[in-house]
Design a protein around this ligand. Structure first.
Ligand code: BGC
Length: 414
């Protein structure tokens, strides 16, 4: 017990916080796959080594929809967790409710505003206050390809839509499931992010960020849906409801050729002992090279009593430390949420992710991911999910989907 009193964490700026006995953080998150759990463990162990007790509240479900439902119940009951994994507009929505904490003491002393990209600060801050600590930057326009399957399909990673289709056709001929995918709305929407982006960065911005009705119901959007329907033809019949990490497992095992998924998928490949360039290949979704649709996992902090305030600040400080940002993201598949973290510890896909992010940021081609809550608030996101999924499942054709997309977004915006 005495040891706990003595354990301290030294902040980058030189001030120190000590964990009091029995201090704890209760953390709500949806990191339940093998790769995700391995990454979470890096954070858990760091806090535990500082004498802070970790109370885990995992809520399974990729993309975090179920986690957000569980959070609502806790906040409504007046008993929010200490820290909650959250994305983009969800964070702003909670801040508006006046239930989130204030990390200003730590953020100011550690100079977060100088190292966290503005695109993230827009969500980690509300009303001039730091309310969340960004732990990473993921992006959704990636494709993860089994190396052997690619070699058997000619060996060249596709760079355009036509080349992508040629590789998928070849994989089909070779008797594997060309596209490993799980039929869940957020997964369909993750592919949709990349497909819309592949038809132009201006188009992505107009449709997904600006929610321009003329872009939502356009010939280009119909083309985006035609591309979705084409991709659907490479998915196996058992895809309905399949979790994303099981789709990753298909590619890892060579039963599937490729998966179109955010870079959390890399965490699964690494957990299975696979190496980029040897066992799998990472490429940007063909036609989206140079652009990035990002989402950043942030730990949004809720108002907690004095007993755990210190632990909450320690957690925020740990998350933001450059060393932690490196060691965590190397395992998670994402890249650091600070601009000053060296890429030395990252594999080739991670190095590419860091470079792509910096370049997209300076060229104005960095956009929030619609599928993962960084383009529009949940009501609009869910309206989009619904149309994209019904189209993917063949319930409506592409022209109808484009029309319904514009109508659904208009209705959700009220
Ligand atoms: C999160 C990732 C997570 C993925 C699948 C995304 O929304 O940002 O951290 O790994 O969902 O669960």
């Amino acid at each position: 017990m005495l040891r706990k009193f003595l354990l301290t964490t030294v902040f980058a700026s030189g001030f120190a916080l000590a964990a009091n006995a029995a201090e704890q953080v209760e953390v709500l998150h949806w990191w339940t796959s093998g790769g995700e759990a391995a990454a979470l463990d890096v954070l858990k162990q760091k806090l535990e080594s500082q004498g802070v007790t970790w109370k885990d509240m995992p809520v399974a479900g990729g993309g975090g929809e179920q986690a957000m439902t569980a959070l609502r119940a806790r906040v409504t009951a007046g008993d929010p967790p200490t820290a909650v994994q959250a994305l983009g507009f969800d964070i702003t929505d909670w801040a508006k409710q006046g239930v989130v904490g204030d990390l200003g003491d730590v953020a100011g002393k550690e100079g977060w505003d100088k190292v966290v990209p503005t695109a993230l600060q827009n969500f980690a801050m509300y009303d001039g206050k730091w309310i969340a600590a960004p732990v990473n930057v993921h992006s959704t326009n990636w494709v993860w390809i089994n190396k052997k399957a690619l070699d058997a399909a000619g060996g060249k990673a596709p760079e355009s839509w036509d080349e992508l289709i040629a590789v998928l056709d070849k994989m089909k001929e070779n008797g594997i499931t060309p596209l490993a995918h799980g039929g869940q709305a957020w997964q369909d929407a993750t592919i949709f992010d990349a497909v819309v982006l592949s038809l132009g960065t201006d188009f992505y911005k107009a449709a997904m960020i600006d929610l321009d009705p003329a872009a939502l119901n356009s010939d280009k959007m119909k083309e985006a849906f035609d591309r979705m329907a084409k991709l659907r033809s490479y998915v196996d019949d058992n895809f309905s409801g399949r979790d994303w990490n099981l789709a990753s497992a298909m590619v890892i095992e060579g039963k599937g050729g490729m998966q179109m998924m955010g870079d959390w998928a890399k965490g699964e490949f690494l957990k299975a002992g696979q190496k980029p360039g040897e066992d799998f290949v990472c490429i940007r979704f063909p036609g989206t090279q140079g652009a990035v649709t990002f989402n950043s996992d942030m730990f949004m902090m809720f108002k907690v009593g004095d007993a755990n305030k210190n632990a909450q600040l320690m957690m925020a400080s740990d998350i933001m430390s450059p060393d932690f940002q490196s060691s965590f993201n190397v395992v998670k598949g994402s890249v650091p949420a600070r601009t000053d973290v060296p890429d030395a510890a990252f594999d080739d896909c991670g190095k590419k992710g860091m470079k792509d992010l910096a370049e997209a940021n300076s060229s104005g081609e960095l956009f929030g991911s619609m599928a993962h809550g960084y383009a529009a608030p949940a009501a609009v996101k869910n309206a989009l999910y619904d149309v994209v999924t019904r189209h993917f499942n063949g319930e409506i054709d592409s022209a109808e989907a484009a029309k319904q997309l514009a109508d659904a977004v208009a209705a959700a915006r009220g």
